[in-house]
Design a protein around this ligand. Structure first.
Ligand code: DGP
Length: 112
């Protein structure tokens, strides 16, 4: 499968890891949009939130549970924003489920 995040999980593409466990990887976004911008992904390939079902939701939950660990690792004591883009209107560009964790400054109130 030609998925850039699967290649990162496989160690074929180097990345700046923030947190890792059996099911989840968190790494710094290559194009940061905030002082801290981390991507948290399940290691298993799931296209997006839109493709979740009862079986794969458990893997998504493991990724969600890793977010506070990645946030602590990055020193995000004052809060942060979690975003996941879905499909064309959501401007998803990498079709492997990922949660953007943005912080390190006061973020704008508007999200769209
Ligand atoms: P999205 O547009 O929501 O699908 O976000 C994809 C993000 O992935 C985007 O912010 C840039 C990031 N990204 C793409 N390729 C790479 C890569 O090879 N390494 C890292 N660290 N981030 C990447």
């Amino acid at each position: 499968m030609d998925c850039i995040f699967c290649k990162i999980v496989a160690g074929e593409i180097p990345t700046s890891k923030v947190y890792e466990d059996e099911h989840v990887l968190a790494f710094k976004d290559i194009h940061p949009q905030a002082p801290v911008h981390v991507l948290v992904i399940p290691k298993t390939h799931i296209e997006s939130v839109d493709k979740l079902d009862d079986a794969t939701a458990e893997l998504a939950a493991k990724a969600l549970a890793a977010i506070p660990k990645a946030a602590r690792e990055m020193g995000l004591t004052e809060g942060y924003r979690v975003i996941t883009n879905v499909g064309r209107h959501g401007c998803q560009s990498v079709f492997h489920l990922h949660f953007h964790v943005l912080g390190g400054k006061q973020l704008p109130e508007r999200m769209s």
